[in-house]
Ligand binder design. Structure first.
Ligand SMILES: *Cc1c(COP(=O)(O)O)cnc(C)c1O
Length: 413
């Protein structure tokens, strides 16, 4: 009899967003008037249209595809040289970080990369994740069989959880114990926290001392305003020997529906083989791309390249400015309720501590029922998120202002 991958059966069924949708639907069915004025500040998807320079580049690329002389079939699996070069130059070399074009791997999304990266690691690594956490890091490890069973609060046996809370500024401290793979995400989803140079340096030192690899998710680096905060893990000396970086065009260029991202795997990064020697990871990831992927579409790669044109850069800045103005409006509204607020200044998420004694889901129901605003319950990202909720700044200005006014008007006593 054919067998399924029973690791999938360990995944928690009532996962966060389906449960949010269930509660919103139940509310809407019972309150048609409330449903009509619903504002969603929950899911982390962009709302503003694609930049003009991106659309123009896509139109040009489509026309090229329509002529025999300029048609493109299969491209290089790792990405066209024009895009790998634009990325390495604009994101790294122009900022004094040595990354070669062929250390960039262009993909259809960071979510996919975060999951796929496990292909090139062994099954006996000790894996650390933050709590609260972007669920993709956890669930992909569950699917790969790297965990035991999950408990009711969503913690899986076999993973090392690094609690992030108000005391540590939502930045995971290096653990006492030895771990091999460490997922870090800064600026953070869901907490909106950023890590300082010193905090990242402590992680790089830890990884170098323990032969560990950091999987650094920088999907929100474009939202960093404070010039002291690193945009890339490679700003930290030694990180090229111990870190893989994930970047995405989803949140800066508004590409959530276009699909384009990239991973940096430095050639100097190596790991232990089963016989204990060290071997580089770059050829493995390269091989994985060639074997299991046929590259991102030509039109999409031209679209991503356009983000590095001077018009494209200005348009990205204006998108970021739009969402960050929303963030400041929503942050002030939450603060005006007398609640402790975090994030929202170098990230598009505001992380709010609810009143003492109220659970995340109780807060969710209250905000939905009384303000008709959908937020995300913090406990859905892990037990350390209990009592918190996340407000997303991805919205139109009109919706952000209206949601802020309604949050302000709530009675939290
Ligand atoms: C949105 C997001 C991404 C980007 O995912 P894509 O697949 O590139 O759209 C990656 N990591 C985190 C934490 C995110 O929130």
């Amino acid at each position: 009899m054919a067998r399924l991958n029973s690791n999938y059966l360990k995944l928690k069924a009532g996962y966060l967003f389906p449960e949010i949708n269930r509660r919103v639907k139940a509310f809407a069915d019972a309150n048609p008037a409330g449903a009509a004025r619903l504002i969603r500040c929950g899911i982390g998807d962009v709302t503003e249209p694609l930049p003009a320079s991106v659309r123009a580049a896509m139109h040009r690329a489509v026309d090229e595809m329509g002529a025999r002389e300029s048609f493109h079939g299969y491209g290089p699996e790792q990405g066209y040289e024009f895009l790998r070069h634009a990325i390495a130059e604009n994101e790294y070399r122009s900022r004094g970080i040595e990354v070669a074009d062929d250390e960039i791997f262009v993909s259809d999304g960071s979510k996919c990369d975060c999951g796929n990266i496990l292909d090139i690691f062994g099954h006996d690594n000790r894996i650390a994740v933050m709590d609260p956490v972007y669920p993709v890091y956890v669930d992909t490890n569950v699917m790969a069989g790297h965990t035991g069973k999950g408990n009711d609060s969503g913690l899986y046996e076999g993973l090392v959880y690094l609690p992030c809370n108000a005391e540590n500024g939502f930045v995971a401290a290096v653990p006492e114990e030895k771990v091999d793979l460490i997922y870090l995400c800064y600026p953070n989803n869901p907490t909106g926290a950023t890590a300082t140079r010193e905090q990242l340096a402590a992680w790089v030192d830890y990884a170098l001392a323990n032969d560990a690899v950091i999987l650094f998710d920088a999907a929100y680096e474009a939202y960093i305003k404070d010039p002291a905060i690193p945009h890339s893990i490679y700003e930290i000396p030694g990180a090229g020997k111990c870190a893989i970086e994930f970047r995405s065009f989803s949140k800066n260029g508004g590409f959530t529906g276009v699909r384009c991202a990239f991973t940096v795997v430095p050639k100097e990064l190596s790991c232990a083989t089963s016989s204990g020697e060290k071997a580089p990871l770059h050829p493995l990831w390269n091989r994985r791309f060639s074997t299991k992927f046929n590259g991102v579409g030509y039109v999409t790669q031209r679209a991503a390249e356009a983000l590095y044109s001077s018009d494209g850069k200005a348009e990205v800045q204006s998108l970021i400015g739009h969402y960050m103005e929303n963030a400041s409006i929503l942050l002030e509204a939450a603060r005006s309720c007398g609640l402790a607020v975090y994030g929202g200044t170098n990230a598009p998420y505001i992380w709010v501590r609810g009143p003492q004694g109220m659970s995340s889901w109780e807060i969710f129901d209250k905000v939905l029922g009384e303000a008709n605003v959908v937020v995300t319950p913090g406990s859905g990202f892990g037990p350390a998120g209990e009592g918190y909720f996340r407000i997303s700044a991805f919205n139109s200005r009109a919706n952000a202002l209206e949601a802020a006014a309604r949050l302000h008007a709530l009675d939290w006593k």
